[in-house]
Design a protein around this ligand. Structure first.
Ligand code: NA7
Length: 534
């Protein structure tokens, strides 16, 4: 007998793809997951660089769908390190026997819609093909890593790694002369970790970032028991916040309180673990330039206090963006690294990099020689992973071309003009504590798939008017936020990718997760009137 075809194909075996598979199986569907890596884990599979860890509280990050899983898993630290997270995801894959429907070493290079057959066909790098009526993209917003577009990039004679492709077997950095490009969240975790063991470290910085202490520590047995007893409240708390973190903006405005009260609050936040100082700050800090300027001045003091050399301290202070207007890296002793005699900060605005050479990096000032080079140069965020697959819809329509300007979606789950392609964490969805966002979207998509099966629908597409309304709503929600005015992966800027240089785009839904949930729940409750079925 011929093998039955798949009813759905999922691309990606990260947190989203794993959970989507679990849910579709519950509907009794035959599903196949295609994954480029050799195992599950997505972001946590690829990003093995030294010091990689959560900035979200571990106990707010794991899946919430299984009580048994919640009760049996023990996070060792409040902010778990990458090996623990990968161990967790492997445990989930084992527990729910997910791998039997997954195919690894399978990078999808193309997906093509066949209107007559009402099916998507995907093509792998190997040339192998598979098809199914439904295509679910669980690509991850930060899976398309980008190398720096610096002349001579391939000339370096020693080992060179992007942090998102750190070798599985690790890299021996002890006593080595290491150069690192980048000072984003990834670089900060890497730098503060490897500075302890390398012989000499040179950090090439283009844009300094604001960063605040993580305050990680082990979870005590008493806390473990308390956490396990409180999961219902923890996840309810995450449902009530706009970012799905446990932190929510303070109802007061920085401009309404006295300078003493303001500073006391900031000191308190700086001493507390996690993102409180970013998303739990006074509610005007990320929207009102005057409030942001006060916070920014205060944060400068912290850098000056922690970095001994005043010249280095000034270099580490961001000049062109206010506190929290880019994703705030959390750190553990990052600033103190620059007090070490074996660490050097090169501001490449002062001495630009001219090229990468066989021996190292040549700036306008001199050649820096290294044994190892690290590129902590980030990702082509959100749309980048879609651009790297040739996705072709009805009539040869190319998603890459469609999204060259700005993505057009309905709720970030369906791209305009692309039937039966359901996106988990596509552009224009709420993002924050990512697994929380993922669970909600996967549950919503699963509801849609169930509805289609119950009603005998084979095809779903977003109505043009609904896409237009959502586009307007997305832009309105982004207006007035300070961070949408700053270049970063969040606003679609990546100077290493042609066409992504300076054009800022709205890539998320910034009305908050609470509102996103309300809107998407209403759409489902009212019978998906925004969607066209056939
Ligand atoms: P980011 O935050 O995009 O950081 C990338 C860093 O690399 C940033 O400092 C960039 O400077 C720098 N960069 C990139 N290209 C170059 C070139 N060509 N020359 C010099 N410097 C360069 O990525 P991360 O991996 O740190 O973090 C991504 C997300 O992962 C993060 O937000 C968390 O949510 C987890 P720039 O700022 O562009 O001047």
């Amino acid at each position: 007998m011929a093998q039955p075809g798949y009813e759905a194909i999922i691309i990606g075996a990260g947190i989203a793809g794993m959970y989507q598979l679990y849910r579709l199986r519950e509907l009794g569907m035959r599903v196949r997951v295609f994954e480029a890596g050799s195992d599950v884990g997505g972001t946590w599979y690829w990003n093995r660089y030294p010091g990689a860890r959560f900035d979200s509280e571990s106990w707010s990050y794991g899946y919430s769908f299984s009580q048994e899983l919640l009760q049996e898993w023990e996070w060792p630290e409040h902010f778990a390190a990458q090996p623990d997270t990968l161990r967790y995801l492997n445990h989930v894959a084992d527990k729910f026997d997910l791998r039997r429907d997954m195919q690894f070493h399978s990078r999808v290079t193309a997906a093509t819609w066949d209107e007559a057959a009402t099916r998507w066909t995907i093509t792998l790098e190997s040339g192998e093909q598979a098809s199914a009526p439904l295509l679910i993209t669980a690509l991850g917003p930060l899976s398309a890593y980008t190398l720096p577009n610096i002349p001579g990039r391939d000339d370096f004679a020693g080992p060179a790694f992007h942090t998102a492709r750190w070798p599985r077997e690790g890299v021996d950095l002890r006593g080595k002369r290491v150069g690192i490009i980048g000072t984003g969240a990834t670089a900060i975790q890497t730098i503060q970790t490897i500075a302890k063991e390398v012989g000499h470290l040179t950090v090439f910085q283009r844009t300094p970032n604001w960063a605040a202490p993580l305050h990680n520590r082990p979870i005590t047995p008493e806390e473990q028991a308390q956490i396990k007893a409180s999961y219902a409240e923890i996840f309810e708390r995450c449902r009530q916040t706009d970012t799905c973190f446990i932190h929510q903006a303070d109802p007061r405005r920085a401009l309404d309180v006295s300078p003493e009260e303001r500073e006391a609050f900031w000191e308190k936040l700086y001493a507390e673990p996690g993102f409180g100082i970013w998303v739990g700050n006074f509610r005007d800090v990320l929207v009102d330039p005057a409030a942001n300027a006060l916070m920014t001045e205060w944060a400068k003091k912290k850098i000056r206090e922690r970095v001994k050399d005043p010249v280095t301290a000034e270099k580490l202070i961001p000049k062109n963006h206010g506190f929290g207007t880019r994703r705030l890296p959390l750190e553990s002793g990052y600033y103190e690294v620059y007090n070490q005699p074996n660490v050097e900060l090169v501001d490449i605005n002062e001495t630009p990099i001219e090229r990468i050479t066989p021996r190292g990096i040549r700036t306008s000032e001199r050649e820096h020689e290294f044994d190892i080079l690290i590129y902590a140069t980030g990702f082509d965020g959100v749309t980048g992973p879609y651009d790297r697959i040739a996705i072709t819809g009805p009539g040869g329509r190319s998603l890459r071309e469609d999204w060259r300007g700005t993505p057009r979606t309905f709720l970030g789950v369906l791209a305009e003009g692309f039937p039966n392609m359901l996106m988990v964490l596509g552009p224009h969805t709420a993002r924050g504590n990512i697994p929380r966002n993922i669970e909600e979207i996967v549950d919503w998509l699963t509801g849609l798939v169930r509805y289609m099966r119950e009603h005998g629908h084979r095809r779903v597409e977003a109505r043009e008017a609904a896409v237009e309304d959502w586009a307007q709503h997305v832009e309105k929600a982004a207006a007035g936020l300070l961070f949408t005015q700053v270049a970063s992966w969040q606003t679609g800027v990546n100077r290493n990718v042609e066409g992504r240089e300076e054009v800022r785009r709205t890539l998320g839904y910034y009305g908050g997760a609470v509102k996103y949930r309300r809107i998407s729940a209403r759409v489902a409750a009212e019978g998906y009137r925004e969607l066209r079925f056939a």
